[in-house]
Design a protein around this ligand. Structure first.
Ligand SMILES: Cc1ncc(COP(=O)(O)O)c(C=O)c1O
Length: 487
């Protein structure tokens, strides 16, 4: 038995006396060990130049086997924990009333507090069902910024998706901590202009993916909820990255630093009437999603529709084992060690790119770093698709797959005149899959991006040669504009 004072925990010479405060490590250590590894495909720049040309210069068309580091999306690309893999074995595949469903339902209720929980195969299925039940032709749905599938699902029903980002969101260089906020005054004005009867619900995307992965503050959410209450309209969260948003609130919002991410998530949900969720993000799984609401009648209508297209309400397009993995994922995602690592490794990438003079959207958000392609390649105009050019350059140089969030994704071609209209911003997103890449992978990305920045004047103009009427960026083909080639 250790009884002497030498063996007491406070007697360690490293920890006692002056200057003995805990050492603050700079290295971001992953709070997990690797139990199983996946080989990554190594290719040369010459091979990659041929491959990308063959696949119409579209990152979505590229086979993942030809990608060295895949930062296309953080959606469904994460690594599951040993506990999640173990939970898969517990999956009960009964058609109706599976215990896996009840474990999933309790996990959502425990974290978010919504009484009615409806599984779907992924986030966009939840969106389609929510909007089909709540929206009609001519309605208006405000959001801080709609994600592309959210906007498309609203527009498909003949309703209008209106983005109301806060004014600070437009300034890519400022370090305003909550650029994901909604412009509360603009929301109030919209209600006054069109009347609450044309606004079936208000959405808040946390974090704001299309607006640069920036968080929403608790204060902003509280103000938006108050406007919704005044006009008796429900507030729904697009909650894909709610844990990351909560941790950014903890880090950046006054009075929140001593609170747990779990408590902050609970507060965010308490302000809302329901949510849509792609569990492929903060559900920490490879497939899955859900809808949740406090409204029994809405839940009944949603379940009716669910049966038509997704499946019976206790599995909703998922296997019982998927529901088990989500239940475990929802508790792992609010662990403080995990969120500390997650948010700080994204920040590390952002800070090192900034040091290399690469223009990024400041401050770094939760799941991704957004490169300002317009400032990266100022010799290219928006209709030259600078973001597509940057993605192609990064792939050819370093084998890294990123995604354009600019004119290819959000611009429009007038169906009558064929005229192209650019998007309001030209970004390239480097999305970081959860628990997949180590710090040396991130260092490689920094090195490749810094080198591309040195060669930026050689980035070429691109144009679209083939496109679908909806969500064109997924399948479009691009080609370099021969007359505009440089270098
Ligand atoms: C903010 C946001 N909402 C909705 C979705 C759609 O989710 P899913 O891809 O699971 O359909 C995504 C996916 O990336 C997203 O980022």
């Amino acid at each position: 038995m250790a009884t002497s004072s030498q063996n007491a925990p406070h007697s360690d010479p490293l920890m006692d006396g002056p200057g003995s405060e805990p050492y603050c490590f700079q290295t971001i250590i992953e709070p997990f060990r690797i139990k199983s590894v996946e080989r990554v495909g190594m290719t040369t720049p010459q091979q990659r130049a041929q491959l990308i040309e063959h696949f119409g210069y579209n990152m979505f068309r590229l086979p993942s086997a030809d990608v060295l580091i895949d930062l296309l999306t953080d959606s469904g690309t994460g690594a599951m924990s040993a506990s999640q893999w173990a939970a898969l074995m517990r999956g009960d595949e009964s058609y109706a009333g599976s215990p896996s469903y009840f474990r999933f339902e309790s996990a959502v209720r425990e974290l978010m507090g919504f009484p009615y929980v409806i599984p779907t195969h992924q986030g966009r299925a939840a969106e389609r069902i929510l909007f089909s039940v709540t929206c009609s032709d001519g309605d208006i749905v405000p959001n801080n910024t709609h994600f592309d599938t959210t906007r498309a699902n609203i527009e498909y029903l003949g309703a209008k998706a209106v983005d109301l980002p806060c004014r600070e969101a437009a300034d890519h260089e400022s370090d305003f901590p909550f650029k994901g906020n909604m412009d509360v005054h603009a929301l109030q004005q919209l209600f006054e202009q069109v009347g609450p009867e044309r606004v079936p619900l208000v959405m808040m995307t946390v974090t704001n993916n299309s607006g640069g992965g920036q968080p929403v503050s608790l204060q902003n959410l509280t103000e938006v909820a108050a406007v919704c209450r005044t006009h008796e309209r429900p507030l729904y969260l697009d909650a894909c990255r709610i844990a990351e948003n909560a941790y950014l609130i903890k880090m950046r919002e006054r009075g929140q630093s001593d609170r747990s991410a779990r408590d902050i998530v609970a507060d965010m949900c308490a302000l809302a009437d329901g949510c849509t969720m792609s569990a492929k993000k903060d559900g920490m799984v490879n497939i899955g999603g859900f809808l949740a609401t406090r409204d029994a009648e809405i839940a009944r209508q949603e379940r009716d529709l669910l049966i038509l297209t997704e499946g019976y309400p206790t599995y909703g397009g998922l296997a019982g084992r998927d529901l088990e993995a989500i239940a475990v994922g929802l508790s792992e995602v609010v662990e403080e060690d995990y969120l500390h690592y997650r948010i700080n490794s994204t920040r590390y990438l952002g800070e090192h790119l900034t040091r290399a003079a690469v223009p990024i959207l400041q401050p770094p958000g939760g799941h991704a770093i957004y490169i300002d392609a317009a400032r990266f390649a100022p010799h290219l105009q928006p209709l030259d698709l600078p973001g597509v050019s940057l993605c192609v350059g990064l792939y050819v140089l370093g084998g890294i797959r990123s995604v354009e969030i600019g004119t290819a994704m959000f611009g429009r071609r007038d169906p009558k005149t064929g005229e192209e209209h650019p998007a309001t911003q030209e970004l390239v997103r480097l999305a970081i899959p959860r628990r997949v890449y180590t710090q040396s992978h991130i260092d490689y990305v920094i090195e490749a991006m810094a080198e591309l920045y040195r060669r930026r004047e050689r980035l070429r103009a691109f144009r679209i040669v083939e496109q679908a009427p909806f969500l064109r960026h997924f399948t479009a083909r691009f080609e370099p504009v021969a007359s505009r080639m440089c270098g």
